[in-house]
Design a protein around this ligand. Structure first.
Ligand SMILES: *[C@@H]1O[C@H](CO)[C@@H](O)[C@H](O)[C@H]1NC(C)=O
Ligand SMILES: *[C@@H]1O[C@H](CO)[C@@H](O)[C@H](O)[C@H]1NC(C)=O
Ligand SMILES: *[C@@H]1O[C@H](CO)[C@@H](O)[C@H](O)[C@H]1NC(C)=O
Length: 226
């Protein structure tokens, strides 16, 4: 009985002993598992929208046409620019590129684009967008063309050499839009971070927030020691 009483007393006192105030206690309790799907969406949008390079890793699938690499995944860097408030991405579609050939043979015109923190690590956030590509073979049909072009060139000034509708351009090119259909996010280590799908509407409505992204790199070894 005495033992039970003292246990009860200890249990009652423990929060006040271990923690100096309520907000401290709360952050100690919930910090480890506080990344909600909404936080995840804002972090993901920050990674994609504020990426200095605006270069993602694109994955497409070779057409199922009986050729040697048929149905193999193909992955390589791709320029994008986040020029739509709903998170759809602007691309320049070069028919000569391997990705473009794979996309155009796909039904739907499927692709996946992933973006990581500036210095990627197992502990750092990354997001994979799965969606399809709409190619504007007529430049006059691109909605808000002037804005799109300005937005894309702000991220990729070197792309001025291969802009659509430029007769002197190095390659035939078209404006294209990538619409995500599914969003898969890994915030870092599980338990501390959100891992899983972010519902599309949540992703589309989320706003980038640079304050959320501490881009300083902490190797895992040091994190464990902290
Ligand atoms: C709780 O304690 C922390 C430091 O231990 C302090 O920064 C914070 O302001 C305190 N909060 C309140 C509400 O007193
Ligand atoms: C995103 O917004 C653009 C207009 O800025 C629109 O054309 C596009 O269809 C939207 N994407 C989705 C998936 O709703
Ligand atoms: C993209 O996906 C949407 C929704 O699944 C579909 O309606 C549309 O036809 C697709 N577009 C292309 C070019 O594959």
């Amino acid at each position: 009985m005495l033992l039970q009483l003292s246990a009860l007393l200890l249990w009652l006192l423990l929060p006040t002993l271990t923690c100096c105030n309520e907000s401290n206690a709360r952050s100690a309790l919930f910090k480890s598992n506080s990344e909600t799907v909404y936080d995840a969406a804002r972090i993901a949008r920050t990674l994609v929208d504020n990426s200095k390079l605006s270069i993602g890793n694109m994955a497409t699938i070779f057409p199922d046409d009986g050729s040697e690499l048929s149905s193999y995944p193909f992955s390589m860097q791709e320029y994008y620019a986040s020029c739509h408030s709903n998170g759809s991405l602007t691309l320049i579609f070069l028919p000569i590129s391997r990705h473009s050939k794979n996309i155009i043979h796909g039904r739907p015109h499927a692709a996946s684009i992933s973006v990581t923190a500036t210095v990627p690590a197992a502990s750092r956030p990354r997001v994979s967008l799965l969606g399809n590509v709409t190619v504007f073979t007529e430049t006059s049909k691109v909605p808000d063309l002037a804005t799109i072009k300005e937005c894309y060139l702000a991220k990729h000034p070197d792309a001025r050499w291969w802009l659509p509708d430029d007769e002197d351009a190095a390659h035939l090119a078209y404006w294209a839009r990538f619409d995500p259909h599914a969003v898969y996010f890994v915030g870092g280590f599980g338990g501390l971070h959100y891992i899983g799908y972010i519902p599309l509407e949540v992703y589309q409505e989320a706003k980038a927030d640079v304050g959320l992204l501490d881009d300083s790199y902490t190797p895992f070894r040091e994190q464990v020691q902290q």
